[in-house]
Design a protein around this ligand. Sequence first.
Ligand code: RAM
Length: 382
Amino acid sequence: MIASRRHRRGLAAAVLASCATFALAACGSSSSGSAAATSAAATSAAAATSAAAATSAAATDSASAAPAAGGSIKKGLTVYFIPKDTQNPYEVIADQGGTDALTELGGKVVVSSGTADTAAAQIPSIQAAIQAKADAIVIAGNDPAALCPSLAQASAAGIKIVSFDSDVTCPNHLFINQADTETIGRSQVDLLAKEIGSKGEIAILSAAATATNQNAWIGFMKQQLSKYPDMKLVDTVYGDDDPAKSLTVLQGLLTAHPNLRGIISPTTVGISTAAQYLQKHPELKGKVTLTGLGLPSQMKPYVLDGTVEAFALWNPKDLGYLAGYAAASLASGVFDGSAGSKFTAGKLKDYTVLAPSGTTGPSIVLGPPTTFDKTNVSDFNF
Ligand code: RAM
């Protein structure tokens, strides 16, 4: 409280300067001007809470809702979740996890984004969060840098910034990473290598060319490929997480590279589109092997009928839930998001912020990815 009053007396320039070093606690908490928004949020949260009385009963006790060291999570918080787009089922599940978290905490989530995976489509949602005097923004970046001016504006207005799924390179935010970036990239190559005997032409079917997560994973895939001298990456194509575009670029890929042995699609939209195509084209069976990152619920039929042998992912609902708890904890000042600081994410328990590394600032990692195949693909409901 004292810190936030002190902050409000400061100049905007000073705020930006202190935020640039990621001293989140010094970047202001939600301003008192958000009273109207938060009271509307409290009403809607109350309705949501009573609808989910069984699961959120404990959350009405502030001690159990706020187990982190620095105090209680505030009630009535409004957190804007800005996914890559509003149509991707993966992002929808992740946002649902965020809604679950804020419902437990007596706040609310507003999901807002565009329908195309571009920074331009996300900027109006950042502006809407500023207008609504939101307490925090949780964003999956469609671009590493293009969102930064808008996010800096939000930060200067006292809104806490959390990125999840796909990071941004702006200075003042906490990144909730789904799994260790290097592990994801390298393990995708290992998975494909195992299936194709470490030999042949391979390609990557990615999402948006500007997506930070995709490009970071692809970077590590390329490094890992140096361990497989007989595997050659011949192309990387971008389907923008749009099923129609993913299909078009996949067909182009298969035409351009008739000797293609393997495809890695590190996107749930790309891999499900490609699996559907391969299923409909039995002449490609045993010729082109597909792996990547997919939703078990979408991939199950393709695994059970042998179109796809194995792929990986984490639980996107847990990712959103973790991001929701992180955002609420930052907005309540119960932790400051700096390296080494800790908070408790409800049923997911305790997390410690990792130190910045490379182009990634302070971050939290949800956990290791799971590999799915015939033996376990039916056991997951996401
Ligand atoms: C897609 C998106 C998302 C990615 C998952 C695996 O839905 O590109 O960013 O994390 O796939």
